[in-house]
Design a protein around this ligand. Structure first.
Ligand code: ZN
Length: 371
């Protein structure tokens, strides 16, 4: 009978179980520990699925989603085992900060790196959080899950959407996955994405995906290192929880469990949030940027379709007078739609203004860059 032990949490058929996974030893004694919730169906023979959230400590919707999804009622209906971590970054959550106070980097770039391991001497020792995430990665992999979904928030007022990562492959003879295996993994991930039923946005194109270390995000690492279908879902504004988005997300996650064969019943329609279907694929793009310091007047809203040359914002000085040519207008270089506003109305030169989803036909499987 498959039982799963994650830290101090032991799965029990037909029940919810709780426990802790030791993560970061604190200099003043004690530990930052990752909370673990396991919901196991009476039929324990089914697949394993993981839901993680809170690696950015200021993003809280996912924790509420996990608490509302993993109930005794779910355990009664479930086939197989659902394992959730409702707080991947407890220090950040306590202080309401994106990164934990003991780390300067983005914690969502610390999961194990995909690609062929090289015995390069490490320049500095790994942080305790990076080691903790390696242990969590090993625990996830050891359960041989059918999928993983990592929950986040994007910007104030942003629409909820799924990020689809590219799948990286090795050229002939250099390692796994090869091209065909990568395509099969991207196809399986696409089925899971379709089941969830949210707006879908592809991640940055492949070279900047690796440059930005996105292959070391939770979903990037589980997808591209462990070879398991994994996605990120962005759930609107951070530091704020919209109950409509929570409901839509729990429906989407139950749909993913149906795709996995872990829940019966019809797929639930996603309601209460915009779901945008374009006739072409889109990827994320930050644009426009402020050409000079000033005040932003927004002319478009999250969820709104945009065309090339459409005015997106008008920039003024503090007196309300237009900045630059074209009456201060910054026009769209792309077609697509608006994902969200970057925070606030004041901008220094070169600061980003909008998160966009733009038309993009680039490939979803790409080779690892040659060393
Ligand atoms: Zn995040």
């Amino acid at each position: 009978m498959p039982t799963f032990t994650i830290g101090t949490a032991n799965s029990k058929p037909g029940k919810l179980s709780y426990g802790w996974l030791d993560a970061v030893a604190l200099p003043t004694g004690g530990m930052d520990r990752l909370p673990v919730i396991i919901a196991q169906g009476k039929d324990v023979g089914g697949p394993v699925f993981w839901i993680t959230t809170g690696i950015h400590g200021s993003e809280h919707t996912g924790s509420i989603v996990v608490q509302q999804l993993l109930t005794q009622k779910l355990a009664n209906e479930l086939r197989g085992t659902l394992i959730a971590i409702p707080a991947l970054n407890p220090a950040g959550m306590r202080t309401k900060q994106r990164s934990p106070y003991y780390l300067e980097d983005d914690p969502n770039r610390l999961f194990p790196k995909p690609g062929i391991e090289r015995n390069k001497k490490e320049e500095k020792p790994r942080s305790s959080l990076e080691i903790a995430y390696q242990q969590l990665y090993d625990a996830i992999k050891s359960t041989n899950p059918i999928g993983l979904i990592d929950l986040h928030n994007a910007w104030y007022g942003s629409i909820p959407f799924i990020f689809r990562d590219p799948v990286l492959y090795h050229k002939k003879g250099r390692g796994r996955p090869n091209r065909q295996q990568a395509q099969a993994l991207q196809d399986r991930t696409g089925e899971m994405i379709d089941a969830v039923g949210f707006t879908v946005v592809n991640e940055f194109s492949a070279d900047s995906y690796i440059k930005k270390n996105l292959h070391r995000s939770v979903s990037g690492s589980i997808l591209n290192k462990a070879g398991i279908p994994a996605i990120t879902i962005e759930l609107g504004s951070w530091m704020h929880v919209d109950e409509g988005i929570v409901d839509a997300c729990t429906s989407g996650l139950r749909n993913a469990l149906r795709w996995a064969g872990m829940l019966d019943g019809e797929y639930e329609e996603i309601t209460g949030i915009p779901v945008i279907r374009t006739p072409y694929p889109v990827r994320r793009q930050v644009s426009p940027y402020a050409r000079q310091a000033g005040i932003v007047h927004h002319l478009v809203r999250p969820g709104q379709m945009i065309t090339k040359n459409q005015p997106l914002v008008r920039m003024t000085n503090i007196f309300g007078q237009p900045l630059g040519k074209d009456d201060g207008l910054l026009r769209s270089e792309y077609e697509g739609f608006v994902l969200g506003w970057f925070h606030g109305i004041v901008r220094y030169q070169g600061e980003p203004i909008l998160g966009l989803a733009i038309r993009d036909e680039s490939k979803l499987i790409v080779p690892f860059p040659e060393p």
